[in-house]
Every structure is written in structure tokens, then in C-alpha cells.
Write a protein that binds this ligand. Sequence first.
Ligand SMILES: Cc1cc2nc3c(=O)[nH]c(=O)nc-3n(C[C@H](O)[C@H](O)[C@H](O)COP(=O)(O)OP(=O)(O)OC[C@H]3O[C@@H](n4cnc5c(N)ncnc54)[C@H](O)[C@@H]3O)c2cc1C
Length: 389
Amino acid sequence: MEGVALRRDLFGEEHEMFREQCRRFVAAEIEPKVEQWNAAGRSDPETWRRCGAAGYLGANQPEEFGGAGGDFLYAAIVGEELSRVRAHALMLTLHSDIVLPYLVTFGTPAQRARWVPPAIGGELILGIAMSEPAAGSDLQGIQTTARRDGDHYVLNGSKTFISNGQIGNLFVVVAKTDPAAQPAHRGISLLLVEADAPGFVRGRRLEKLGLKGQDTSELFFEDCRIPAANLLGGVEGQGFAQLMQKLQQERLVIGVQSIASCRRALEDTIAYVQGRTAFGRPIAAFQNTQFTLAELATEVEVGQAFVDRLLVAHVRGDDVVAGVSMAKWWTTDLQKRLTGECLQLHGGYGFMSEYPISADYADAAVQSIYAGTNEIMKVIIARKLGLDG
Ligand SMILES: Cc1cc2nc3c(=O)[nH]c(=O)nc-3n(C[C@H](O)[C@H](O)[C@H](O)COP(=O)(O)OP(=O)(O)OC[C@H]3O[C@@H](n4cnc5c(N)ncnc54)[C@H](O)[C@@H]3O)c2cc1C
């Protein structure tokens, strides 16, 4: 890839220095553990603490809470470096770039003071619990309720597919504080639920096709009592608006990591086809191999250019909801196709667990599903085009 990759001019000298440091840290502290995490089905809290101590959980969070106060490009660098070593077990970007911003942006001063510093330090691992067995894309259809009872809320309901479900210790939970509200989204609130709250029950770690090191789990709330002070932002009925505001960054994160994963799969495949021979020559010498890889390398560069443009716009504070929705479906579709074609170029070895391309292929499948399915991305784009009739 080196011969064709364009220089990415959005990063300054300090970003590049940060990337070098981050790459060294990832090589020493994270890459050696990926295999054991994948076998265990979870990462380990000690590594989270090390990431926090080294400054990788709050690279772009305010200094007053222990963050480094940088821009979002620092967070994107961390995400890219983790994808480069296939450290999908460590859902660090979910913690730092998806869940933590809810606390920082919407938290009351007391909520921020209590939870943001340990989250940046890695002592607290965050998750977000939106999806339910009967409601994923259609978030307004959730059935989890939070009933006010004196100075507490009592939560009842179940969530599924929750990342960091076994190792997380604070969850942003989407619940209905007013189940009768019309329209339904006005009755939705976000509540901060600690894993030691009475009535909080961790369910199974779910068996799945890919992301083997991720502890994707069920969570249950059985008359789970949490202090009323744990209502995010302190005002009921704000949940849906809060979620909508943060989805831009969530989808951008997927696009960033998707292109980084594509790049790694492609690099490994380029190396593989140069080493494998058939009919007396390297399979890299066949025109089919060359054209396939040339086309994929082109698409990775096209995708990178688009994602980089969105990163710059996001840092500037632009509304790029349509753009990130486009990037989310396009880059993840590319990742699924690219990993399939790279697997094919590996022949039978591509199907063997020993070769990382097999896991790349399996891991890619979920990219078009979570953080809003690719169909929902197209619904959003169509709406922005004025096509919602
Ligand atoms: C590994 C993994 C990790 C996850 N982590 C989390 C997490 O941490 N927290 C969390 O809350 N959730 C998480 N999820 C859940 C994820 O966000 C949902 O799976 C996703 O939103 C889709 O919801 P669903 O599975 O209920 O599918 P459904 O909503 O039932 O969709 C099924 C199909 O119907 C299509 N569809 C639905 N509505 C429309 C429409 N209006 N137009 C066209 N097509 C439509 C969908 O695109 C999809 O193809 C995770 C999922 C996985 C697999």
C-alpha cells in the first residue's frame, strides 16, 4: 500500500508524534494480548487501566477531567492503531468516543465529576444499552421502563447485544420514563446504571460469528433501583435528542476503523500473494490477482479521502450527519467485499483460523449492522435528500 497511499495531510506534527507513541504502546501492551482475549471472549481490566494511564482513553477530552484536551483526530488515531492490530476485543472507541461524550456533554456537574475522571483513567469501563430483543433499529419501540419512586428510579426490562457487557461497570441505559408519551421519543431518557446497582443482572456472553474477543452480552434490570440523580442531565424526556446528537461521531468512528481494517487486510494479502506460488510463479503474477488488488487499493484510497474530509469537518463542528451516514454504509460495505476478495486470494488458507484474513472476513460482517444498520443509513440519507414523502 505504501507506494499508492496518499499522504494524509489532515494531521499535524503533534498528531504524528502521538501516532508514533500510540503505535509503540499498542505493539507492547495490546497486540500481544489479542489472541488471548479472542480465546477468552473478553479483554482484561488491567489493560484498560494501562490505556488510561498512558492517555489513550481521553485524548480529546477536557483537561479538567484528566483528558489531554486534543481534537477528535487524536481519538481517530487511537482507533486506527487498534484496528491495525485487529484489537477488536478492546472496545476502547466505544468507551471513549461513543459513551464518554454523553457524560461529558450532557452530564450534570456532579455526574461529570464522579464518572468522567475514572473513565478517562480506565478504572471505569463504559457501555451503552439501547438495543432490546424486540427493538434495535426501531429505538422508539423499546420496552425498558424507569419508574420514579421517591428519590430513585426503578428500572425493568432487558437489553441485548451490549458491548462491554461483562467487563463494563457503568452503562448508559435507554429507558422510557414516560411509556405513554406521544410521540414515543418524548418519553425516552438516558440513565446511568452502575453494575453493582441492586437488580442489575448480567446475562450471557453471546456466542457469535466474529469479534470473538468482545464480551457482547445480555443485560437485565429486575426492579433495579438507581438514585434519581443518575438521570443523565437531570431532565426527563431528553434521551432521544441526546442520542441523535451523538450519533454523528459514532458513525464516523465506524468509518475510520473500517478503512483502517481494510488497509490492514489488503497489506497482508499483498504480502501473501507474493509468497505463494502456483503454476511455477507467484500468484501475485496473475493478472486477476493484480487487478483485484489494484481495484481494492483504489477503493481504500477513495474511502480514506472521504473519511478524512469528514474528520476535518467534524473537528470543525460541521453538521455532517448525511456524510457520516454515507461513509458508514460505503466503508463497511467495502470492508465486507474487500475481506471476501482477499480471503479468496488466500485460497484454502484463507479459510483457516491460522490466517488473520479469516477473522477479518468474520469481523467485517457486523460493521454494516451495529451503530445503525446500513439500511438505516440510507433511510437517513434519503430523508436528507427530501425523499421522506
Ligand atoms: C456485535 C454487536 C455489538 C453490538 N453492540 C451494541 C451495544 O453496545 N449497545 C447497543 O445498544 N446495541 C448494540 N448492538 C445492537 C445493534 O445496534 C443492533 O443489532 C442494530 O441496531 C440492528 O438492530 P436489530 O438487530 O434489532 O435488527 P432489526 O432492527 O430487527 O433489523 C433487521 C433488518 O431489518 C432492516 N430494517 C429495519 N428497519 C428498517 C427500515 N426502516 N428500512 C429498511 N430496513 C430496515 C435492518 O436494516 C436489518 O437488515 C450490537 C450488535 C452486535 C451484533
